[in-house]
Design a protein around this ligand. Structure first.
Ligand code: ZN
Length: 305
C-alpha cells in the first residue's frame, strides 16, 4: 500500500524533516491530515527501534521520556458516550466527526492497522462511529478504562453494512470479546429494524469469526424455540434472517458450513436442511462469559444511527 500520494511527497518530506521532538509540536503535527500522519507513522515505524503507544488514547512517540510525560497527564478516560454498562465493562460510542475526539479515532485507527493487514485504514474518520469496549480498572488511587477492542460503523452505509472494521487487541483475544462486539453491531441493526451484514469481503479470519457467530445464533434460535415450544418445526432462511437481522445469504452460508444433511424436494424444488437438536447444540457456546445483556444498554435506543 502506498502511504504517500506522489504529488505530496516532497511537501511531506519537508514537514517530516522539520519535525521537532517536543511534545507540543509533535501533537500539533498530529492534528494535520491523516495522510500526513500515516506518512510520519510509516517513517517512525521504519526508522525507530521502538514505538511507544499510550493504550488509553493511542497517542504515540519514539521517545520513552516523552511518553512518560504524556502518561502522567493523559486523561485515561474513553471519549464519547457510554451506551452499555455491565459490571466493569463499558461500551462507548465515539463520533469521529467531533473535533475533540477526531485525534483519538485517528490514532486508534493507526494502531489498529498494525494488527489488520488486510484492512484498509480509514483516512476520514468523520464518517464513522467507533464503538469502543473497555474494562474499568481501579489501581490504588488511580482509575482508568483499559481498552479491549472496538468496531467502527459507517454512519450512512448505502450497502447496509453494520460493521466496517473490528479488532480485539491481541492480549484480549480468545476470550469471547469479538463475538460480543459483533453482537453489539447486530443489536444496532435490530434497533434500526434493518437486516445488515459486515463490510465485505471479509478476511479469512474475519469470515471464521462471523461463521462462528452466525452458527451460534441460528443454533440458539432453533434450539430455544424447540425447547419452549414457540418455534415452527420447519424454519425458512428468510424467517431466521428477519428474527436475527442477519442477511439471508449469511444465514445460508452458515448453514452450509455446518455440513448439515441436505434433502432436495422434487415437488417444490426446494432444499431442506435436516438436523438434530443435539447436533445444533454443538454450535452453542459452552462458556457464555461475555454475553450482551439488553437490560444494560444505555441510551442506545434513542440515538440516531
Ligand atoms: Zn494517553
Amino acid at each position: 500500500m502506498s502511504l504517500i500520494p506522489s504529488n505530496y511527497a516532497n511537501e511531506f518530506c519537508d514537514i517530516y524533516n522539520s519535525l521537532d521532538s517536543t511534545r507540543n509540536q509533535w501533537e500539533s503535527r498530529l492534528l494535520m491530515k491523516l495522510d500526513l500522519i500515516m506518512f510520519i507513522w510509516a517513517k517512525l515505524v521504519k526508522n525507530a527501534s521502538s514505538l511507544y503507544v499510550c493504550l488509553q488514547c493511542f497517542k504515540y512517540s519514539i521517545d520513552p521520556s516523552q511518553m512518560e510525560i504524556h502518561r502522567s497527564s493523559c486523561d485515561k478516560s474513553v471519549p464519547g458516550q457510554s451506551v452499555y454498562c455491565k459490571k466493569n465493562y463499558k461500551l462507548f460510542r465515539v463520533d469521529g466527526d467531533q473535533d475533540k475526539v477526531m485525534l483519538f479515532c485517528q490514532c486508534l485507527s493507526l494502531f489498529a492497522k498494525m494488527f489488520l493487514d488486510e484492512k484498509t485504514i480509514y483516512y476520514d474518520v468523520d464518517g464513522f462511529y467507533f464503538y469502543v469496549l473497555g474494562v474499568f480498572r481501579q489501581r490504588a488511587t488511580e482509575t482508568s478504562t483499559e481498552i479491549i477492542g472496538f468496531f467502527s460503523r459507517e454512519k450512512r452505509s448505502w450497502d447496509e453494512y453494520n460493521l466496517a472494521c473490528i479488532l480485539v487487541f491481541p492480549q484480549f483475544q480468545g476470550r469471547g470479546y469479538g463475538q460480543l462486539l459483533i453482537d453489539f453491531s447486530y443489536e444496532i441493526s435490530r434497533l434500526r429494524n434493518k437486516i445488515e451484514s459486515p463490510e465485505s469481503p471479509l478476511s479469512a479470519q474475519g469470515l471464521n469469526t462471523y461463521q462462528k457467530y452466525w452458527k451460534s445464533k441460528i443454533a440458539q434460535l432453533v434450539v430455544n424455540g424447540c425447547e419452549t415450544g414457540t418455534a415452527p418445526e420447519k424454519w425458512s432462511i428468510n424467517a431466521m434472517s428477519q428474527i436475527l437481522h442477519i442477511r439471508p445469504e449469511d444465514v445460508e452460508s452458515a448453514l452450509l458450513s455446518m455440513n448439515l444433511n441436505i434433502q432436495k424436494s422434487l415437488i417444490t424444488n426446494t432444499e431442506v436442511y435436516r438436523v438434530s437438536k443435539a447436533r445444533l447444540k454443538e454450535y452453542i457456546p459452552k462458556k457464555t462469559q461475555h454475553v450482551l445483556d439488553r437490560k444494560c444498554l444505555e441510551h442506545l435506543k434513542e440515538m440516531t444511527y
